[in-house]
Design a binder for this molecule. Structure first.
Ligand code: HEC
Length: 188
């Protein structure tokens, strides 16, 4: 019962106070927790389709070829064809365009992903699989440009940055149906 009261009390507090004031109130009340350092929080990010939050920096596909060869090809193949090896084998990254509605769909960045910005988000956060977060922003932009240019979505000389990336139209951008459930409307 006391747990229930605490939960209800917290819910009322959430309704009344801003999140910072709420955190402070919880700290004062229970005597634990520390303020989160903004530097710590900077490791947590999500880049939505419109590119909000993309960092400064830029790169071209031509520059990205080297980044890919050094950091990605071992798992994703020299020609982005993927590697079937168990464990570290990386996915095929290009090809399969137009195959999704067939009996043998090939899902890749080129054929499936609706937003180019997701590629920046994912690579910066999760790749290389063996050392996530190790690439500089310029390297991420360049390797993103390389994957998109190998997939013939942009030219190898096109510059990818915070302004241009959200404007790139992915081949399967119209292949998704919006999910109307309100709890999934994350970016409104
Ligand atoms: C050590 C092996 C390894 C390295 C190195 C690596 N990857 Fe990956 N990559 C993977 C694996 C494994 C997955 C699948 C992860 C999963 O499904 O959770 C993956 C998934 C991906 C995907 C998502 C593909 C899809 O269609 O879902 C992209 C894009 C990607 N990697 C890009 C890169 C880039 C760019 C680099 C270099 C900067 C890189 N990877 C380096 C192993 C690797």
């Amino acid at each position: 019962m006391s747990t229930l009261k605490t939960v209800l009390g917290s819910a009322v507090l959430v309704g009344l106070l801003s999140s910072a004031a709420f955190a402070q109130a919880i700290n004062d009340r229970y005597g634990f927790g520390t303020k989160v350092d903004p530097a710590e929080l900077s490791g947590f990010f999500a880049i939505p389709p419109d590119g909000r939050g993309l960092p400064p920096g830029s790169g071209t596909g031509t520059q990205g070829a080297k980044v890919f060869a050094e950091n990605c090809a071992a798992c994703h193949g020299d020609k982005l064809e993927g590697n079937p090896a168990k464990g570290i084998g990386g996915d095929k990254l290009i090809g399969g365009r137009g195959s999704l509605a067939t009996k043998t769909p090939v899902k890749t960045v080129e054929s499936y992903w609706p937003y180019a910005t997701t590629l920046f988000d994912y690579v910066k956060r999760a790749m290389p699989f063996s050392a996530p977060g190790s690439l500089k922003n310029d390297e991420v932009y360049a390797v993103v440009a390389y994957i998109l240019s190998e997939g013939k979505i942009i030219k190898p000389t096109d510059t990818v940055n915070a302004e241009t990336l959200p404007k790139i139209a992915m081949p399967n951008k119209d292949g998704f149906v919006p999910d109307p459930r309100p709890e999934l409307q994350l970016y409104h």
